[in-house]
Design a binder for this molecule. Structure first.
Ligand SMILES: [Zn+2]
Length: 387
């Protein structure tokens, strides 16, 4: 959960430094070919330019929906052809992943996912089933609240490594030092969820005879709850950013993007088709929030909403995540119409355009009212009543 945030920050600061915020939306349908030099390496990328900044910086989407933020000084050549831009289909994505990853990777395809893995087939299937259940439950949840999500025409990609070492080797360029403390992540840049086989040591004890039932047994244990929650959390980010709820590299406040991921992260490994407790009380976050209440400042809601600062520091982040869960939980349940209206407003946000803290507060007030004290009292009263 922290990693998506960190990636976003790294990329946003990179973009912000090099590209002014006054961006022009590109409408060209043709394929752009850009040659660039980055860290002493010559690269070539093709795709569709989504944003062209006034200073010549580009945001380009490649055929696997990877995003490239390219600064003007990196570009050595840029031209266009008349070919229509086409995304890769499931088969092409599967081929690309297999050629990109070193070692023996296989592919498991489901209706919406391409899962590339070098662990057991049973585990890949287990992940595929979990993701598909989440996909369905997530769509139904929003539909029932008046927000019909998109059906993406592109596959959602997940990489599953067999152990921590191979996962770390792949993810280190993106995560850096954080690799050792993060068990799975969604990358805004590549659009992929990356993780490793969580049954690890237990699998060895089972002599590799993994079956869906055995995997479920291992991961249903109370001590595995947080680990599974992390995977669901990251898969939820991927769904939000691929089904029209949020746009990658748009200014989605973290209290919403993280709050929603936490809201849905409560695992339900028992039911085969449904997800009985989707959006249920997140016990871990609730108790963290209650702990935070002992020292919570009066302007806590405003600081949570105005900008993402509280999520950025290791000291304040746990409380910010807990409060983000609590606020989303409260608004979804007590102000559902306003909440959906606000979510739709965020869904229309354009890439690389950033709101000021004052603008964020205004947008919130325009939907939920400007009586902060009253809202805060109602919020705390409700959260104290949650069992
Ligand atoms: Zn997250």
């Amino acid at each position: 959960m922290y990693n998506g945030t960190m990636l976003a920050r790294t990329l946003q600061s990179r973009i912000l430094l090099a590209i002014t915020c006054t961006c022009l939306a590109a409408t060209a349908r043709a394929v752009d070919h850009v040659s660039l030099e980055r860290d002493g390496q010559a690269l070539h990328v093709s795709g569709q330019v989504l944003v062209e900044a006034q200073d010549g910086g580009l945001l380009l989407m490649d055929a696997s929906r990877g995003l490239w933020a390219i600064t003007p000084d990196e570009i050595t050549h840029h031209d266009q052809d008349d070919e229509p831009f086409k995304l890769l289909d499931q088969e092409q994505i599967a081929e690309k992943l297999q050629s990109e990853l070193t070692g023996q990777f296989r592919v498991h395809q489901t209706a919406h996912y391409v899962i590339c893995y070098n662990t057991s087939e049973a585990y890949a299937r287990w992940c595929g089933a979990l993701f598909e259940r989440l996909y369905r439950a997530f769509g139904n949840y929003w539909k029932n609240r008046g927000f019909r999500l998109d059906e993406p025409s592109w596959p959602l990609v997940a990489l599953v490594f067999d152990d921590r070492q191979s996962y770390a080797a792949y993810s280190r360029p993106e995560l850096g030092e954080a690799t050792s403390s993060i068990i799975g992540y969604f990358s805004l840049r590549t659009n992929r969820v990356t993780m490793y086989d969580l049954t690890g040591a237990d699998r060895a004890a089972l002599q590799g005879a993994s079956s869906a039932a055995q995997i479920n047994r291992i991961l249903s244990r109370p001590e595995a709850e947080r680990t599974v929650a992390t995977i669901i959390h990251e898969a939820t980010h991927q769904l939000a950013f691929n089904r029209g709820l949020q746009t990658r590299y748009a200014d989605i406040p973290l209290w919403v993007s993280e709050g929603i991921a936490i809201y849905f992260e409560v695992p339900d490994l028992r039911s085969k088709n449904g997800w009985r407790n989707i959006g249920g009380v997140n016990r871990v976050r609730l108790s963290e929030f209650r702990r935070y209440l002992r020292s919570r400042p009066a302007d806590s809601l405003r600081t949570l909403i105005a900008d993402d600062q509280r999520f950025r520091s290791a000291r304040t982040a746990p409380d910010a995540y807990a409060e983000a869960w609590a606020l989303n939980y409260f608004l979804i349940r007590k102000h559902p119409k306003e909440y959906v209206r606000y979510t739709k407003l965020l869904a229309d946000k354009k890439r690389l355009l950033y709101d000021t803290p004052a603008e964020r507060l205004q947008q919130f007030e325009a939907t939920f009212g400007s009586d902060w004290q009253q809202l805060d009292e109602e919020f705390l009263r409700y959260l104290r009543s949650v069992r």
